[in-house]
Each structure stands twice: as C-alpha cells, then as structure tokens.
Design a protein around this ligand. Structure first.
Ligand SMILES: Nc1nc2c(ncn2[C@@H]2O[C@H](COP(=O)(O)OP(=O)(O)O)[C@@H](O)[C@H]2O)c(=O)[nH]1
Ligand SMILES: [Mg+2]
Length: 305
C-alpha cells in the first residue's frame, strides 16, 4: 500500500518479474486490486497484491477501500492468509502530505493493533536525495509519523530499487506468522458493511471534514459576493467561477460517502436557499438537476443496501 506514485507497482514488478503498469508522473495506473505472478523467495511461493492509493484515482476512497476489503475477505474465505503488508513511502518527499497521512491511517485502521507486527514500512527513492537528507528524514519519520506503528511492532526498511533489496524486504515479511487483518474479521465474522469498519469510518470522518472545509469556503465566497460592488463584473465572475468549482468538489465528495454532520449542514444550507443568491437562475438550475443526483448518491450509500 501507499500513495499513488510511491513506487508500489515498481516494487512488485522488480520483486516478481511481473509487468504490471507503472505510473508516469503522478497519474495512477493502478485502479484495481491486482496480483503479481507467483514467484519464490528462498523456495517460498510469494504473490504480491497491488492496490490503488486513496484519493488519487478516478474512484472514490470508499470504493477503493471496498474493493481492497472485498478482495482481502474473499482470499481469507478461500483459506489464503496474508503474510503482511508493505507500505511504500518516498524518502524524497519533503513532507508527509495529507494524502500520505490518509493512506497510512487507513492502513492502520485496516490492520488493527495485532496485525501491525506484519506491517513493513519501506522507504524508497534514496537516490533522489543526498544520504544526509535521507537519513535526517528517516529519523524524523521514526520519531514522529511512523513512531506509534513502529512501537507496536511494524518494521522500517530501506529499498534501493534492486530485486535483491525487494527480496530482502519480503524475507522479513516471510519471517512473520500469517495474519488476519481487522478489516477481514470485521467483514467476514462481524458482517460489517464497508462504512461500518474502522477504516471505513475513518475515511468517512475525513470526507466529512473535507466537506466542512469546502462549506466554510463557500460561505466566505457568499459573503464576499454580497460585499463587492454590483458593477465589478470581473471580480464577480471570478468568484462565481470559484463557487462553481467548489460546488463540483462538494458534489464529488458527497458522492463518496454517507451524510455526516457537515453534509447535513450542506443539505440544510442549500434547502434554506442560502446559496441561491450566489448565482441566481443558474444556481436554481443546478439545484434542480445536480442536487437531485447529489441526494440520490448521498442516500444510496453504501451501495449494497
Ligand atoms: N528513482 C526511483 N524511482 C522509482 C522507484 N520506484 C518507482 N519509481 C518511479 O516512480 C514512478 C511511480 O511508480 P509506480 O510504481 O507506478 O508507483 P505506484 O503508483 O505506487 O504504483 C514511476 O515513474 C517509477 O519509475 C524507485 O525505487 N526509485
Ligand atoms: Mg501503481
């Protein structure tokens, strides 16, 4: 697992001699959960599973989590047990992005505390930084972001972009006992839907926070539009475009999950007509057409009900 562009697919190809699609720039090629060719390390058969990163593909986070969780549950029901999870992080990243935080937190929620023993955090792209910078970032990661995971049994290893290095990392995973992740237990034994699992709830909370932020921005734009001079057409147009962009983001966000607190206020806000004055008749049209879809998608989550 890891963010898009962190090097997950490259690692898998290098280790297994598979030819899964590798991304160019930051565009993701991995939109589905996919398995490598089976290969051996010290005579042990190994299959690596590639997963899409969260919030980097055309799919929503909840759809991605759902597809990962359903694959994990299906393998578990077929008697296949996971050796572990490899989380890939670029040491060349200057800081831990919001997306990286979300990816790692979701991984932790999927594992639960017990399975953290089977998590190996791999840093790669060491060639893109000087050794001093790399080591200092690594220390920073050990003492901050990865600290709780490392204290609970996760390992931090370096990958130097060779097959041997990938196999060394896999050897560490193979030395551990096989594991059932919390999300597998939640789905198989507790019959939870994806939005009810710890990882799903975490993603929904994150989604709700994003909606709340966008709502705050919309409110600010609304106030600015009220304050600008009527004849300042250019500014008005720019602000209206921003409103449109925000609106689109909100529609996308709300398509991704269940209605939480922020979503309810969005609903009340729009129902109360506070955004109506923003764009006049155009907004009314939106309210009639897109908003109907929005509520359809809002209340049709999770899709299995
Ligand atoms: N320098 C360097 N580049 C890498 C490494 N791993 C992947 N890349 C490059 O990073 C980009 C994204 O890699 P990819 O495997 O598609 O990432 P994914 O989205 O996590 O599957 C590609 O251009 C790779 O060639 C690595 O270990 N070192
Ligand atoms: Mg990939």
């Amino acid at each position: 697992m890891g963010t898009t562009g962190s090097g997950k697919t490259s690692f898998i190809n290098l280790a297994s001699k598979s030819t899964l699609d590798v991304g160019t720039n930051l565009k993701s090629c991995t939109e589905e959960v996919q398995a490598s060719e089976q290969f051996t390390v010290d005579g042990h058969p190994v299959v690596l599973i590639d997963t899409p990163g969260f919030q980097d593909t055309s799919k929503s986070d909840m759809d991605i989590l759902d597809s990962i969780a359903q694959s994990l549950a299906a393998w578990c029901e077929q008697g296949e047990r996971l050796g572990g999870i490899i989380y890939v992080h670029r040491i060349s990243d200057v800081r831990f992005s919001g997306t990286a935080i979300k990816n790692f937190k979701t991984l932790l929620a999927m594992c639960g505390t017990k399975a953290l023993q089977n998590v190996v955090i791999v840093t790669n792209m060491w060639g893109k930084v000087t050794p001093e910078v790399g080591v200092s970032r690594e220390q920073e990661l050990v003492s901050n972001f990865f600290k709780p995971a490392l204290e609970n049994g996760a390992l931090l290893l370096r990958h130097n972009d060779t097959t041997e290095s990938a196999h060394d990392i896999i050897r560490d995973v193979l030395s551990k006992q096989r594991v059932t992740l919390q999300i597998q237990e939640e789905i198989i034994y507790q019959s939870k839907r994806i939005g009810e699992t710890a990882a799903g709830k975490g993603l929904l909370r994150e989604l709700d926070a994003q909606v709340a932020r966008r709502l705050g921005q919309l409110q600010e734009l609304h106030e600015m539009l009220n304050q600008i001079e009527a004849d300042d057409g250019e500014t008005r147009q720019e602000l209206q475009q921003e409103v449109l962009n925000l609106r689109e983001e909100l529609v996308t966000l709300t398509r991704s999950g269940a209605p939480g607190k922020a979503m309810s206020s969005f609903r009340e806000g729009v129902q109360g007509g506070i955004f109506f004055t923003l764009l006049g008749a155009g907004f009314l049209l939106w309210k009639r057409s897109i908003f109907a879809n929005l509520f359809d998608s809002l209340f049709s989550w999770p899709p299995h009900t």
